[in-house]
Design a protein around this ligand. Structure first.
Ligand SMILES: [Zn+2]
Length: 46
């Protein structure tokens, strides 16, 4: 199951909000977490 890199929650991929960054797809529990990631991707991606 994908893990939201912002809040650390595991979620069902079908319910997750996806976002691509540097060729990798990240999944988020909600638009809010995605927005936080988009603001500071360096903090949450590696
Ligand atoms: Zn989240």
């Amino acid at each position: 199951m994908p893990v939201d890199p912002v809040c650390g929650i595991e979620m069902d991929q079908e319910l997750a909000v996806s976002h691509e960054h540097n060729g990798k797809t990240y999944f988020f529990c909600c638009e809010g977490c995605k927005r936080i990631f988009v603001k500071k991707p360096g903090k949450y991606s590696k």
